[in-house]
Design a protein around this ligand. Structure first.
Ligand code: SF4
Ligand code: SF3
Length: 540
Protein backbone atom coordinates (compact mmCIF):
# COMPACT_ATOMS: atom_id res chain seq x y z
CA UNK A 1 0.00 0.00 0.00
CA UNK A 2 0.99 3.61 -0.37
CA UNK A 3 -1.08 6.39 1.16
CA UNK A 4 0.01 9.89 2.14
CA UNK A 5 -3.26 11.74 2.09
CA UNK A 6 -3.39 12.81 5.74
CA UNK A 7 -1.17 14.71 8.14
CA UNK A 8 -0.37 11.68 10.26
CA UNK A 9 1.09 9.64 7.41
CA UNK A 10 3.91 7.36 8.58
CA UNK A 11 7.23 9.14 9.04
CA UNK A 12 5.79 12.24 7.35
CA UNK A 13 6.26 10.39 4.05
CA UNK A 14 3.66 7.68 3.42
CA UNK A 15 1.98 4.66 5.00
CA UNK A 16 3.33 1.56 3.30
CA UNK A 17 2.80 -1.29 5.75
CA UNK A 18 -0.42 -0.30 7.49
CA UNK A 19 -2.10 3.05 7.98
CA UNK A 20 -1.34 5.03 11.13
CA UNK A 21 -5.14 5.48 11.02
CA UNK A 22 -5.61 1.70 11.16
CA UNK A 23 -6.28 1.22 7.44
CA UNK A 24 -5.04 -2.24 6.42
CA UNK A 25 -3.32 -2.85 3.07
CA UNK A 26 -6.27 -4.86 1.71
CA UNK A 27 -8.62 -1.96 2.45
CA UNK A 28 -6.13 0.58 1.06
CA UNK A 29 -6.01 -1.44 -2.17
CA UNK A 30 -9.78 -1.35 -2.58
CA UNK A 31 -9.83 2.38 -1.83
CA UNK A 32 -7.21 2.91 -4.55
CA UNK A 33 -9.33 0.92 -6.98
CA UNK A 34 -12.50 2.74 -5.94
CA UNK A 35 -10.78 6.05 -6.72
CA UNK A 36 -9.57 4.72 -10.04
CA UNK A 37 -12.98 3.43 -11.19
CA UNK A 38 -14.62 6.63 -9.96
CA UNK A 39 -12.17 8.60 -12.07
CA UNK A 40 -13.02 6.27 -14.95
CA UNK A 41 -16.74 6.85 -14.47
CA UNK A 42 -16.08 10.59 -14.30
CA UNK A 43 -14.23 10.51 -17.64
CA UNK A 44 -17.24 8.88 -19.28
CA UNK A 45 -19.74 11.21 -17.61
CA UNK A 46 -17.62 14.21 -18.66
CA UNK A 47 -17.52 12.89 -22.23
CA UNK A 48 -21.31 12.55 -22.24
CA UNK A 49 -21.74 16.14 -21.02
CA UNK A 50 -19.42 17.33 -23.78
CA UNK A 51 -21.62 15.48 -26.24
CA UNK A 52 -24.52 17.54 -24.90
CA UNK A 53 -26.10 14.75 -22.87
CA UNK A 54 -27.52 15.06 -19.37
CA UNK A 55 -25.87 13.04 -16.63
CA UNK A 56 -28.30 12.01 -13.89
CA UNK A 57 -28.10 12.90 -10.22
CA UNK A 58 -27.57 9.22 -9.39
CA UNK A 59 -24.19 9.41 -11.12
CA UNK A 60 -23.26 12.63 -9.29
CA UNK A 61 -24.24 11.08 -5.97
CA UNK A 62 -22.32 7.91 -6.70
CA UNK A 63 -19.16 9.88 -7.48
CA UNK A 64 -19.36 12.05 -4.35
CA UNK A 65 -20.18 9.11 -2.08
CA UNK A 66 -17.28 7.08 -3.50
CA UNK A 67 -14.86 9.93 -2.87
CA UNK A 68 -16.23 10.39 0.65
CA UNK A 69 -15.77 6.68 1.42
CA UNK A 70 -12.03 7.03 0.80
CA UNK A 71 -11.54 10.05 3.09
CA UNK A 72 -9.28 9.39 6.06
CA UNK A 73 -11.08 7.58 8.88
CA UNK A 74 -14.36 7.09 7.01
CA UNK A 75 -14.50 3.49 5.89
CA UNK A 76 -12.46 0.44 6.87
CA UNK A 77 -14.85 -2.15 5.41
CA UNK A 78 -13.24 -3.89 2.43
CA UNK A 79 -16.42 -5.73 1.48
CA UNK A 80 -18.51 -2.55 1.44
CA UNK A 81 -15.89 -0.87 -0.77
CA UNK A 82 -15.88 -3.86 -3.15
CA UNK A 83 -19.65 -3.49 -3.52
CA UNK A 84 -19.20 0.16 -4.44
CA UNK A 85 -16.56 -0.71 -7.04
CA UNK A 86 -18.95 -3.22 -8.60
CA UNK A 87 -21.79 -0.71 -8.68
CA UNK A 88 -19.54 1.97 -10.16
CA UNK A 89 -18.33 -0.36 -12.91
CA UNK A 90 -21.95 -1.28 -13.75
CA UNK A 91 -23.01 2.34 -13.98
CA UNK A 92 -19.94 3.20 -16.02
CA UNK A 93 -20.59 0.36 -18.51
CA UNK A 94 -24.13 1.71 -19.04
CA UNK A 95 -22.86 5.23 -19.64
CA UNK A 96 -20.13 3.95 -21.96
CA UNK A 97 -22.80 2.37 -24.15
CA UNK A 98 -24.44 5.81 -24.48
CA UNK A 99 -21.32 7.69 -25.63
CA UNK A 100 -20.94 8.40 -29.31
CA UNK A 101 -17.20 8.06 -29.19
CA UNK A 102 -14.89 6.27 -26.77
CA UNK A 103 -11.66 7.10 -28.50
CA UNK A 104 -9.05 8.80 -26.36
CA UNK A 105 -10.64 7.69 -23.08
CA UNK A 106 -8.02 6.58 -20.55
CA UNK A 107 -7.55 3.04 -19.27
CA UNK A 108 -9.56 3.70 -16.09
CA UNK A 109 -12.58 4.64 -18.18
CA UNK A 110 -12.43 1.47 -20.26
CA UNK A 111 -11.34 -1.08 -17.65
CA UNK A 112 -13.84 -3.61 -16.36
CA UNK A 113 -13.25 -6.73 -14.31
CA UNK A 114 -14.56 -9.26 -11.82
CA UNK A 115 -13.87 -9.16 -8.14
CA UNK A 116 -11.10 -11.76 -8.64
CA UNK A 117 -9.23 -9.18 -10.72
CA UNK A 118 -9.67 -6.27 -8.31
CA UNK A 119 -6.47 -6.71 -6.31
CA UNK A 120 -4.25 -6.93 -9.39
CA UNK A 121 -5.85 -3.83 -10.89
CA UNK A 122 -5.60 -1.98 -7.58
CA UNK A 123 -1.86 -2.64 -7.47
CA UNK A 124 -1.46 -0.94 -10.85
CA UNK A 125 -3.54 2.20 -10.23
CA UNK A 126 -2.39 3.58 -6.86
CA UNK A 127 -0.82 6.96 -6.15
CA UNK A 128 2.67 5.84 -7.27
CA UNK A 129 1.40 4.94 -10.74
CA UNK A 130 2.15 8.57 -11.65
CA UNK A 131 5.93 8.68 -11.95
CA UNK A 132 6.69 12.41 -12.15
CA UNK A 133 6.67 13.63 -8.56
CA UNK A 134 5.33 17.10 -9.34
CA UNK A 135 2.49 15.83 -11.53
CA UNK A 136 1.73 13.20 -8.87
CA UNK A 137 1.75 15.84 -6.16
CA UNK A 138 -0.68 18.10 -8.02
CA UNK A 139 -2.95 15.23 -9.06
CA UNK A 140 -3.18 14.12 -5.45
CA UNK A 141 -3.63 17.67 -4.12
CA UNK A 142 -6.57 18.08 -6.53
CA UNK A 143 -8.00 14.64 -5.76
CA UNK A 144 -7.85 15.27 -2.00
CA UNK A 145 -9.49 18.67 -2.43
CA UNK A 146 -12.22 16.97 -4.45
CA UNK A 147 -12.71 14.41 -1.69
CA UNK A 148 -13.37 17.22 0.77
CA UNK A 149 -15.67 18.96 -1.69
CA UNK A 150 -17.52 15.69 -2.32
CA UNK A 151 -18.09 15.25 1.40
CA UNK A 152 -19.64 18.70 1.70
CA UNK A 153 -21.76 18.14 -1.41
CA UNK A 154 -22.98 14.85 0.03
CA UNK A 155 -24.27 16.55 3.17
CA UNK A 156 -26.15 19.07 1.03
CA UNK A 157 -27.50 16.22 -1.12
CA UNK A 158 -28.82 14.51 2.01
CA UNK A 159 -30.90 17.68 2.52
CA UNK A 160 -32.07 17.38 -1.11
CA UNK A 161 -29.93 20.24 -2.39
CA UNK A 162 -27.67 19.82 -5.41
CA UNK A 163 -25.42 22.03 -7.47
CA UNK A 164 -24.99 20.44 -10.89
CA UNK A 165 -22.08 22.79 -11.69
CA UNK A 166 -20.16 21.55 -8.67
CA UNK A 167 -20.83 17.91 -9.56
CA UNK A 168 -19.88 18.45 -13.21
CA UNK A 169 -16.66 20.14 -12.06
CA UNK A 170 -15.80 17.30 -9.67
CA UNK A 171 -16.11 14.83 -12.53
CA UNK A 172 -14.28 17.03 -15.04
CA UNK A 173 -11.43 17.57 -12.60
CA UNK A 174 -11.22 13.87 -11.71
CA UNK A 175 -10.99 13.12 -15.42
CA UNK A 176 -8.19 15.67 -15.79
CA UNK A 177 -6.13 13.92 -13.12
CA UNK A 178 -5.82 11.08 -15.64
CA UNK A 179 -4.91 13.31 -18.57
CA UNK A 180 -1.22 12.87 -19.36
CA UNK A 181 -1.20 15.89 -21.68
CA UNK A 182 -1.65 18.35 -18.80
CA UNK A 183 1.43 20.23 -17.64
CA UNK A 184 2.39 21.35 -14.13
CA UNK A 185 1.01 24.81 -14.96
CA UNK A 186 -2.30 23.34 -16.15
CA UNK A 187 -2.60 21.40 -12.92
CA UNK A 188 -1.74 24.43 -10.78
CA UNK A 189 -4.60 26.26 -12.53
CA UNK A 190 -6.90 23.29 -11.90
CA UNK A 191 -5.92 23.36 -8.22
CA UNK A 192 -7.10 26.96 -7.93
CA UNK A 193 -10.26 26.17 -9.87
CA UNK A 194 -10.89 23.40 -7.33
CA UNK A 195 -10.75 26.12 -4.66
CA UNK A 196 -13.38 28.14 -6.51
CA UNK A 197 -15.74 25.16 -6.53
CA UNK A 198 -14.81 24.53 -2.92
CA UNK A 199 -16.33 27.92 -2.09
CA UNK A 200 -19.44 27.01 -4.11
CA UNK A 201 -19.72 23.62 -2.41
CA UNK A 202 -19.43 25.12 1.06
CA UNK A 203 -21.97 27.80 0.10
CA UNK A 204 -24.35 25.04 -1.04
CA UNK A 205 -23.99 23.22 2.26
CA UNK A 206 -24.37 26.43 4.24
CA UNK A 207 -27.61 27.13 2.34
CA UNK A 208 -28.85 23.57 2.83
CA UNK A 209 -28.10 23.57 6.57
CA UNK A 210 -29.48 27.03 7.31
CA UNK A 211 -32.62 26.59 5.19
CA UNK A 212 -33.36 23.34 6.97
CA UNK A 213 -32.33 24.23 10.52
CA UNK A 214 -32.06 28.04 10.75
CA UNK A 215 -28.99 30.21 11.26
CA UNK A 216 -26.64 29.21 14.10
CA UNK A 217 -26.95 31.50 17.10
CA UNK A 218 -24.94 32.02 20.29
CA UNK A 219 -25.50 28.92 22.37
CA UNK A 220 -24.21 27.45 25.58
CA UNK A 221 -23.66 23.71 25.38
CA UNK A 222 -23.51 21.44 28.41
CA UNK A 223 -20.54 19.04 28.47
CA UNK A 224 -21.68 17.01 31.48
CA UNK A 225 -24.12 14.09 31.54
CA UNK A 226 -27.71 13.39 32.57
CA UNK A 227 -29.22 10.35 34.24
CA UNK A 228 -30.90 8.65 31.25
CA UNK A 229 -29.31 6.21 28.83
CA UNK A 230 -27.91 8.02 25.83
CA UNK A 231 -26.94 7.74 22.18
CA UNK A 232 -23.79 9.52 21.05
CA UNK A 233 -23.80 10.85 17.49
CA UNK A 234 -20.57 11.85 15.77
CA UNK A 235 -19.47 13.10 12.36
CA UNK A 236 -20.86 15.93 10.26
CA UNK A 237 -24.28 14.87 8.91
CA UNK A 238 -27.02 17.07 10.37
CA UNK A 239 -29.81 15.24 8.54
CA UNK A 240 -28.87 12.02 10.35
CA UNK A 241 -29.01 13.89 13.64
CA UNK A 242 -32.45 15.26 12.83
CA UNK A 243 -33.80 11.77 12.13
CA UNK A 244 -32.23 10.42 15.31
CA UNK A 245 -33.70 13.23 17.43
CA UNK A 246 -37.15 12.64 15.94
CA UNK A 247 -37.01 8.90 16.58
CA UNK A 248 -35.68 9.15 20.13
CA UNK A 249 -38.28 11.74 21.23
CA UNK A 250 -40.28 10.40 24.17
CA UNK A 251 -38.28 7.16 24.44
CA UNK A 252 -36.36 8.11 27.59
CA UNK A 253 -33.11 8.05 25.62
CA UNK A 254 -31.00 11.23 25.48
CA UNK A 255 -28.90 12.24 22.49
CA UNK A 256 -25.39 13.66 22.90
CA UNK A 257 -23.12 15.07 20.22
CA UNK A 258 -19.50 14.11 19.81
CA UNK A 259 -16.61 15.94 18.07
CA UNK A 260 -17.74 17.59 14.79
CA UNK A 261 -21.44 17.18 15.69
CA UNK A 262 -21.09 19.69 18.56
CA UNK A 263 -22.10 22.68 16.36
CA UNK A 264 -25.53 21.11 15.79
CA UNK A 265 -26.49 22.62 19.15
CA UNK A 266 -26.12 26.09 17.63
CA UNK A 267 -29.00 25.58 15.14
CA UNK A 268 -32.43 26.80 16.28
CA UNK A 269 -34.26 23.76 14.86
CA UNK A 270 -32.51 21.33 17.19
CA UNK A 271 -33.28 23.31 20.33
CA UNK A 272 -36.85 22.07 20.48
CA UNK A 273 -35.78 18.57 21.55
CA UNK A 274 -35.62 18.38 25.36
CA UNK A 275 -33.65 15.13 25.14
CA UNK A 276 -30.85 16.76 23.09
CA UNK A 277 -28.58 16.68 26.12
CA UNK A 278 -25.22 18.21 25.27
CA UNK A 279 -21.78 17.35 23.97
CA UNK A 280 -19.76 14.40 25.24
CA UNK A 281 -16.01 14.15 24.89
CA UNK A 282 -13.53 15.76 22.61
CA UNK A 283 -12.08 15.50 19.12
CA UNK A 284 -12.15 12.21 17.18
CA UNK A 285 -8.81 10.80 18.27
CA UNK A 286 -9.82 10.33 21.90
CA UNK A 287 -12.80 8.18 20.98
CA UNK A 288 -11.47 4.80 22.13
CA UNK A 289 -11.34 5.96 25.71
CA UNK A 290 -14.45 8.13 25.54
CA UNK A 291 -16.74 5.71 23.68
CA UNK A 292 -15.89 3.10 26.30
CA UNK A 293 -17.06 5.46 29.03
CA UNK A 294 -20.15 6.58 27.16
CA UNK A 295 -21.63 3.10 27.76
CA UNK A 296 -24.39 3.51 25.16
CA UNK A 297 -24.63 3.21 21.36
CA UNK A 298 -22.51 5.50 19.19
CA UNK A 299 -23.58 6.47 15.68
CA UNK A 300 -20.84 7.52 13.25
CA UNK A 301 -22.35 9.58 10.44
CA UNK A 302 -19.00 10.43 8.80
CA UNK A 303 -15.30 10.48 9.54
CA UNK A 304 -13.44 10.36 11.84
CA UNK A 305 -13.86 6.75 12.96
CA UNK A 306 -11.06 5.07 14.88
CA UNK A 307 -11.20 1.27 14.43
CA UNK A 308 -12.95 0.29 17.68
CA UNK A 309 -11.85 -1.90 20.55
CA UNK A 310 -13.79 -5.19 20.83
CA UNK A 311 -15.23 -4.02 24.14
CA UNK A 312 -17.57 -1.52 22.46
CA UNK A 313 -17.69 -2.78 18.88
CA UNK A 314 -21.28 -3.98 19.28
CA UNK A 315 -22.27 -0.45 20.33
CA UNK A 316 -20.63 1.28 17.35
CA UNK A 317 -22.97 1.84 14.40
CA UNK A 318 -22.11 3.35 11.02
CA UNK A 319 -24.20 5.06 8.37
CA UNK A 320 -23.62 7.00 5.14
CA UNK A 321 -20.02 6.85 3.92
CA UNK A 322 -18.68 5.23 7.08
CA UNK A 323 -18.03 1.54 7.60
CA UNK A 324 -16.22 -0.73 10.03
CA UNK A 325 -16.17 -4.49 9.52
CA UNK A 326 -18.15 -6.18 12.28
CA UNK A 327 -20.13 -3.04 13.16
CA UNK A 328 -23.74 -2.65 12.09
CA UNK A 329 -24.45 -0.24 9.23
CA UNK A 330 -27.72 1.65 8.80
CA UNK A 331 -28.65 2.28 5.18
CA UNK A 332 -31.05 4.76 3.63
CA UNK A 333 -31.10 6.79 0.42
CA UNK A 334 -31.35 10.59 0.29
CA UNK A 335 -34.93 11.62 1.05
CA UNK A 336 -35.68 8.36 2.88
CA UNK A 337 -36.05 8.13 6.64
CA UNK A 338 -33.34 5.93 8.12
CA UNK A 339 -34.48 3.40 10.69
CA UNK A 340 -32.60 3.88 13.97
CA UNK A 341 -34.95 1.68 16.03
CA UNK A 342 -32.39 -1.09 16.70
CA UNK A 343 -29.94 1.48 18.02
CA UNK A 344 -32.60 3.03 20.24
CA UNK A 345 -33.59 -0.39 21.61
CA UNK A 346 -29.95 -1.07 22.41
CA UNK A 347 -29.65 2.29 24.18
CA UNK A 348 -32.59 1.52 26.45
CA UNK A 349 -30.68 -1.46 27.86
CA UNK A 350 -27.49 0.52 28.48
CA UNK A 351 -26.48 2.42 31.62
CA UNK A 352 -26.29 6.22 31.40
CA UNK A 353 -22.96 7.70 30.27
CA UNK A 354 -20.15 8.05 32.76
CA UNK A 355 -19.35 11.66 33.54
CA UNK A 356 -15.96 12.65 32.15
CA UNK A 357 -16.31 16.42 32.29
CA UNK A 358 -18.62 19.08 33.62
CA UNK A 359 -19.23 22.63 32.51
CA UNK A 360 -20.29 24.46 29.41
CA UNK A 361 -18.88 25.80 26.20
CA UNK A 362 -20.16 28.62 24.02
CA UNK A 363 -20.42 28.66 20.23
CA UNK A 364 -22.66 29.59 17.34
CA UNK A 365 -20.66 32.40 15.75
CA UNK A 366 -21.49 31.64 12.13
CA UNK A 367 -21.92 34.48 9.65
CA UNK A 368 -25.40 35.73 10.51
CA UNK A 369 -24.71 35.78 14.25
CA UNK A 370 -21.44 37.65 13.77
CA UNK A 371 -23.09 40.10 11.34
CA UNK A 372 -25.69 40.76 14.06
CA UNK A 373 -22.81 41.65 16.39
CA UNK A 374 -20.93 43.58 13.68
CA UNK A 375 -21.32 47.01 15.32
CA UNK A 376 -19.90 45.74 18.58
CA UNK A 377 -17.03 43.97 16.83
CA UNK A 378 -16.19 46.94 14.63
CA UNK A 379 -16.26 49.32 17.61
CA UNK A 380 -13.93 47.00 19.50
CA UNK A 381 -11.50 46.99 16.57
CA UNK A 382 -11.70 50.77 16.09
CA UNK A 383 -11.15 51.44 19.79
CA UNK A 384 -8.21 49.05 19.84
CA UNK A 385 -9.88 46.71 22.35
CA UNK A 386 -9.48 43.99 19.70
CA UNK A 387 -6.08 44.25 18.05
CA UNK A 388 -6.29 41.29 15.78
CA UNK A 389 -8.17 38.12 14.85
CA UNK A 390 -6.51 34.80 14.22
CA UNK A 391 -8.24 32.08 12.24
CA UNK A 392 -7.37 28.76 13.85
CA UNK A 393 -9.85 26.54 11.98
CA UNK A 394 -9.25 22.99 10.80
CA UNK A 395 -8.71 19.59 12.29
CA UNK A 396 -7.42 18.07 15.50
CA UNK A 397 -5.25 14.98 15.61
CA UNK A 398 -3.35 12.70 17.91
CA UNK A 399 0.21 13.94 17.37
CA UNK A 400 1.86 15.48 20.38
CA UNK A 401 3.12 18.35 18.23
CA UNK A 402 -0.47 19.65 18.16
CA UNK A 403 -0.07 20.80 21.74
CA UNK A 404 1.38 23.81 19.94
CA UNK A 405 -2.20 25.00 19.31
CA UNK A 406 -3.20 24.84 22.99
CA UNK A 407 -0.04 26.64 23.95
CA UNK A 408 -0.49 29.22 21.19
CA UNK A 409 -4.09 29.93 22.31
CA UNK A 410 -3.02 30.26 25.95
CA UNK A 411 -0.18 32.64 25.19
CA UNK A 412 -2.07 34.85 22.72
CA UNK A 413 -2.08 38.54 23.66
CA UNK A 414 -5.33 39.28 25.51
CA UNK A 415 -6.55 41.62 22.78
CA UNK A 416 -6.56 38.90 20.12
CA UNK A 417 -9.69 36.91 19.22
CA UNK A 418 -9.63 33.37 17.80
CA UNK A 419 -12.01 32.55 14.93
CA UNK A 420 -12.44 28.81 14.64
CA UNK A 421 -14.34 26.02 12.90
CA UNK A 422 -13.79 22.26 12.68
CA UNK A 423 -12.54 19.89 15.33
CA UNK A 424 -9.30 21.90 15.73
CA UNK A 425 -11.20 23.90 18.36
CA UNK A 426 -10.94 21.10 20.94
CA UNK A 427 -7.36 22.14 21.50
CA UNK A 428 -8.54 25.36 23.21
CA UNK A 429 -12.35 25.56 23.47
CA UNK A 430 -12.39 24.47 27.08
CA UNK A 431 -9.72 26.91 28.24
CA UNK A 432 -11.08 29.95 29.97
CA UNK A 433 -9.83 32.60 27.57
CA UNK A 434 -12.39 35.19 28.65
CA UNK A 435 -13.99 37.88 26.53
CA UNK A 436 -13.38 41.36 25.21
CA UNK A 437 -16.27 43.65 26.11
CA UNK A 438 -18.68 40.70 25.99
CA UNK A 439 -17.21 39.20 22.79
CA UNK A 440 -15.76 35.76 23.66
CA UNK A 441 -12.11 35.32 22.68
CA UNK A 442 -12.92 32.03 20.96
CA UNK A 443 -15.61 32.48 18.33
CA UNK A 444 -16.65 29.06 17.06
CA UNK A 445 -18.47 29.19 13.71
CA UNK A 446 -19.17 25.43 13.62
CA UNK A 447 -17.91 22.43 11.65
CA UNK A 448 -14.92 22.51 9.29
CA UNK A 449 -17.25 23.36 6.38
CA UNK A 450 -18.33 26.43 8.34
CA UNK A 451 -14.91 27.87 7.57
CA UNK A 452 -17.08 29.30 4.81
CA UNK A 453 -18.64 31.49 7.52
CA UNK A 454 -15.20 32.70 8.53
CA UNK A 455 -14.50 33.68 4.92
CA UNK A 456 -17.82 35.58 4.74
CA UNK A 457 -17.02 37.33 8.01
CA UNK A 458 -13.60 38.37 6.66
CA UNK A 459 -15.16 39.68 3.45
CA UNK A 460 -17.76 41.61 5.44
CA UNK A 461 -15.09 43.19 7.65
CA UNK A 462 -13.14 44.15 4.53
CA UNK A 463 -16.26 45.92 3.24
CA UNK A 464 -16.99 47.67 6.55
CA UNK A 465 -13.42 48.92 6.89
CA UNK A 466 -13.39 50.01 3.22
CA UNK A 467 -10.36 47.89 2.32
CA UNK A 468 -9.51 46.61 -1.15
CA UNK A 469 -7.73 43.51 -0.04
CA UNK A 470 -8.75 40.93 2.56
CA UNK A 471 -5.05 40.65 3.47
CA UNK A 472 -5.12 44.22 4.80
CA UNK A 473 -7.44 43.19 7.63
CA UNK A 474 -6.06 42.68 11.15
CA UNK A 475 -6.37 38.96 10.55
CA UNK A 476 -3.85 36.11 10.66
CA UNK A 477 -4.33 32.49 9.58
CA UNK A 478 -2.84 29.67 11.63
CA UNK A 479 -4.65 26.58 10.41
CA UNK A 480 -4.34 23.00 11.63
CA UNK A 481 -5.02 20.29 9.09
CA UNK A 482 -5.42 16.54 9.25
CA UNK A 483 -7.62 15.11 6.51
CA UNK A 484 -8.93 16.04 3.08
CA UNK A 485 -11.76 18.34 4.13
CA UNK A 486 -9.10 20.70 5.39
CA UNK A 487 -7.51 20.52 1.94
CA UNK A 488 -10.64 21.91 0.26
CA UNK A 489 -10.93 24.58 2.96
CA UNK A 490 -7.33 25.61 2.24
CA UNK A 491 -7.87 25.68 -1.53
CA UNK A 492 -11.06 27.72 -1.03
CA UNK A 493 -9.15 30.29 1.05
CA UNK A 494 -6.43 30.51 -1.60
CA UNK A 495 -9.07 31.06 -4.26
CA UNK A 496 -10.52 33.90 -2.15
CA UNK A 497 -7.12 35.56 -2.23
CA UNK A 498 -6.01 34.88 1.35
CA UNK A 499 -2.24 35.03 1.64
CA UNK A 500 0.33 33.99 4.25
CA UNK A 501 -1.62 31.07 5.69
CA UNK A 502 0.36 29.08 8.22
CA UNK A 503 -0.38 25.38 8.04
CA UNK A 504 0.54 22.83 10.67
CA UNK A 505 1.56 20.89 12.54
CA UNK A 506 3.46 19.74 9.41
CA UNK A 507 3.09 20.55 5.74
CA UNK A 508 1.42 17.82 3.65
CA UNK A 509 3.69 14.96 2.59
CA UNK A 510 1.95 14.97 -0.79
CA UNK A 511 3.40 18.39 -1.66
CA UNK A 512 6.57 17.81 -3.66
CA UNK A 513 9.34 20.39 -3.05
CA UNK A 514 8.48 22.14 -6.32
CA UNK A 515 4.73 22.25 -5.66
CA UNK A 516 5.34 23.47 -2.11
CA UNK A 517 7.61 26.11 -3.68
CA UNK A 518 4.78 27.33 -5.92
CA UNK A 519 2.46 27.66 -2.90
CA UNK A 520 5.11 29.51 -0.91
CA UNK A 521 5.97 31.86 -3.77
CA UNK A 522 2.44 32.70 -4.91
CA UNK A 523 0.52 32.53 -1.64
CA UNK A 524 3.08 32.88 1.13
CA UNK A 525 2.06 29.53 2.62
CA UNK A 526 4.27 28.56 5.54
CA UNK A 527 4.52 25.92 8.23
CA UNK A 528 4.56 26.61 11.94
CA UNK A 529 7.54 27.38 14.13
CA UNK A 530 7.75 27.52 17.89
CA UNK A 531 4.84 29.14 19.74
CA UNK A 532 6.99 32.09 20.85
CA UNK A 533 8.46 32.71 17.41
CA UNK A 534 5.05 32.53 15.77
CA UNK A 535 3.47 34.84 18.32
CA UNK A 536 6.19 37.36 17.55
CA UNK A 537 5.67 36.89 13.83
CA UNK A 538 1.90 37.37 14.01
CA UNK A 539 1.58 39.99 16.72
CA UNK A 540 4.97 41.69 16.94
FE1 SF4 B 1 -1.74 6.73 6.43
FE2 SF4 B 1 -3.34 8.86 6.65
FE3 SF4 B 1 -3.48 7.24 4.55
FE4 SF4 B 1 -4.35 6.44 6.97
S1 SF4 B 1 -5.20 8.08 5.68
S2 SF4 B 1 -3.15 5.25 5.51
S3 SF4 B 1 -2.81 7.42 8.28
S4 SF4 B 1 -1.77 8.54 5.10
FE1 SF3 C 1 -12.13 16.65 12.39
FE2 SF3 C 1 -11.94 14.22 11.37
FE3 SF3 C 1 -10.95 17.15 10.09
FE4 SF3 C 1 -14.52 18.36 10.00
S1 SF3 C 1 -13.57 15.00 12.49
S2 SF3 C 1 -12.55 18.37 10.94
S3 SF3 C 1 -10.35 15.65 11.49
Amino acid sequence: MFCYQCQETAGGKGCTVCGVCGKKPDVAAMQDLLISVTKGLSCVADRLRREGRRVGKEVNHLVTMNLFVTITNANFDRQAIIERIRETLDVKQKLLSQTENVSGLPHAALWNGDVGEFDAEAAAVGVLATEDEDIRSLRELITYGLKGLAAYSKHANALLQDNEDVDAFIQRALAKTLDDSLTVNDLVALTLETGKYGVDGMALLDKANTEAYGHPEITTVDIGVRKNPGILISGHDLRDLEMLLEQTAGTGVDVYTHSEMLPAHYYPAFKKYPHFAGNYGNAWWKQKEEFEKFRGPVLMTTNCVVPPADSYKDRLWTTGATGVPGCRHIGGAYGETKDFSALIEQAKKCPPPEEIETGRIVGGFAHEQVFALADKVVDAVRSGAIRKFVVMAGCDGRMKSREYYTEFAKKLPKDVVILTAGCAKYKYNKLDLGDIGGIPRVLDAGQCNDSYSLALIALKLKEIFGLNDVNDLPLAFNIAWYEQKAVIVLLALLYLGVKNIHLGPTLPAFLSPNVAGVLVKNFGIAGIGTVDDDLKLFFG
